[in-house]
Design a protein around this ligand. Structure first.
Ligand code: SF4
Ligand SMILES: [Zn+2]
Ligand SMILES: [Zn+2]
Length: 336
C-alpha cells in the first residue's frame, strides 16, 4: 500500500510497507529507513569479508580515517557494529586537521563526539604538526605560486589531498595499524575511476583501493567497505542512525576537478542506472587482469618500484615525494 501525502504518493517499502525513503533505480528496490539500513549493513558486512582478511591467532588494528562527515561516520559505526566485539580486532579512528577556519573545528568536534558515542579511541594531527602550512594559508598563496611556477597546482584540493594523505599515513603508523579503512562511497569511487580513465592513468587505476591482496608502497593496505553504497544512501543511513555529522562543505572545495566528474557521473547514472557500479567493476576487472598476468609470470606494468623520500621517508616513485615538493613550494612563497 502506498501512503498519500496531500495527493502526492509516497511509495512504500517493498519489505514492510512503511513509507519509503529511497527508490533504487539501479536495483528496482524501494526501502524504508530501517530496511535501507539493514540492506546497507548486509552489503558492507559482505564487502568487509572480501576486503579484510583477519588471520587466526593474529591481532588486527584497523585505523579508520574519519572527517566528521557522513561517509566516514557511517563507516566507523558499521565497522564497530560488525566487527567491534571481536577480541582480535582493535578499531582506532583519527582525523587530520587541515587548518580550515569555519569548517574544521565543528567537523572535528563531530568526529570526537562520534568516537565518544561509539567508545572508540580517537587520534588527531594537524598540518602544522606535520610541517605543512594550514590550508587557509596555502589557498591564499596559490596565486603567487602559480605566477612563479606555471606548473604549480591552482586548486587548494591538489595540495590538501597530498598533505592529508601524509597525515593519515602518519596517524596509521602512530597507532600501529595493520589496515586502514577509508569512507569512500560508490559515487566517490566511480568519480575516481572516471577521472583516472579520462587521464589514461592505468597506474592509478591499478593502485585503487581496496588493497587486500596487494599492499602498496609499504603502507598498511587500505580498505573501502562502503564502495558499493551510493552517496545518497550513506547520507540516509547516517541520518537514520542519528550519527553526529557535519553537513557543511569545505570553503575551498569549489572548482575542484572532482566536482565536474561528480556532475558527469550523476548525469550518466540518471540516464543509465547502474553506471556507477559499472565504472567500479571496470576498475576491478582491470586489476584482476593485471593480477592474472603477474601470476602467469608476466611483467608488472608498474614503472619504477617506490623508494624512500630523502626528506620525510615516505614511499615515492620520484626523487622526492609530492608532499615534500609542495611543502617547499609553499614555504618559498611564504618567504617571498
Ligand atoms: S575540499 Fe579540498 S581543501 Fe577542503 S578539505 Fe577537502 S581536499 Fe582539503
Ligand atoms: Zn521497511
Ligand atoms: Zn617526503
Amino acid at each position: 500500500m502506498a501512503d498519500t501525502n496531500g495527493g502526492l504518493e509516497i511509495p512504500s517499502c517493498d519489505v514492510c510497507g512503511k513509507p519509503a525513503v529511497i527508490e533504487q533505480a539501479y536495483s528496482g528496490r524501494i526501502l524504508c529507513g530501517e530496511h535501507l539500513a539493514k540492506s546497507i549493513r548486509k552489503k558492507v558486512a559482505k564487502e568487509l569479508r572480501k576486503q579484510l582478511i583477519l588471520r587466526k591467532g593474529e591481532h588486527t588494528t584497523i585505523f579508520v580515517a574519519i572527517s566528521g562527515g557522513k561517509d566516514s561516520a557511517a563507516l566507523l559505526e558499521l565497522l564497530v557494529d560488525i566487527i567491534g566485539v571481536r577480541p582480535d580486532v582493535t578499531i582506532i579512528a583519527g582525523t587530520v586537521d587541515e587548518g580550515i577556519d569555519g569548517y574544521r573545528p565543528p567537523s572535528l568536534q563531530c568526529a570526537i563526539d562520534l568516537c565518544n558515542d561509539l567508545g572508540v579511541e580517537f587520534v588527531t594531527i594537524s598540518y602544522k604538526d606535520l610541517g605543512f602550512e594550514e590550508m587557509d594559508t596555502v589557498a591564499k598563496l596559490i596565486p603567487g605560486m602559480t605566477a612563479a611556477n606555471p606548473s604549480a597546482p591552482s586548486m587548494p584540493c591538489s595540495y590538501c589531498g597530498v598533505f592529508r594523505r601524509q597525515g593519515i599515513n602518519h596517524l596509521a603508523k602512530k597507532v600501529n595499524a595493520d589496515v586502514m579503512a577509508l569512507g569512500h562511497n560508490l559515487d566517490d569511487m566511480a568519480q575516481t575511476v572516471l577521472m583516472n580513465m579520462s587521464n589514461g592513468d592505468l597506474e592509478r587505476t591499478l593502485r585503487l583501493a581496496p588493497h587486500t591482496n596487494t599492499p602498496i608502497d609499504g603502507l598498511p593496505p587500505r580498505i573501502v567497505p562502503l564502495r558499493w553504497i551510493p552517496e545518497q544512501e550513506v547520507h540516509l543511513y547516517a541520518v537514520h542512525k542519528n550519527l553526529p555529522i557535519h553537513h557543511e562543505e569545505c570553503p575551498h572545495a569549489r572548482g575542484a576537478l572532482r566536482w565536474r566528474h561528480r556532475e558527469m557521473v550523476a548525469m550518466m547514472e540518471a540516464d543509465v542506472p547502474g553506471t556507477r557500479h559499472g565504472l567500479v567493476r571496470m576498475a576491478d576487472n582491470v586489476k584482476d587482469l593485471r593480477n592474472q598476468i603477474v601470476e602467469l609470470g608476466g611483467h608488472e606494468s608498474r614503472p619504477s618500484p617506490p623508494q624512500e623520500c630523502p626528506v620525510c621517508g615516505s614511499m615515492t616513485s620520484n626523487d622526492q615525494c609530492k608532499a615534500c615538493e609542495m611543502r617547499e613550494m609553499v614555504k618559498n612563497e611564504l618567504a617571498n
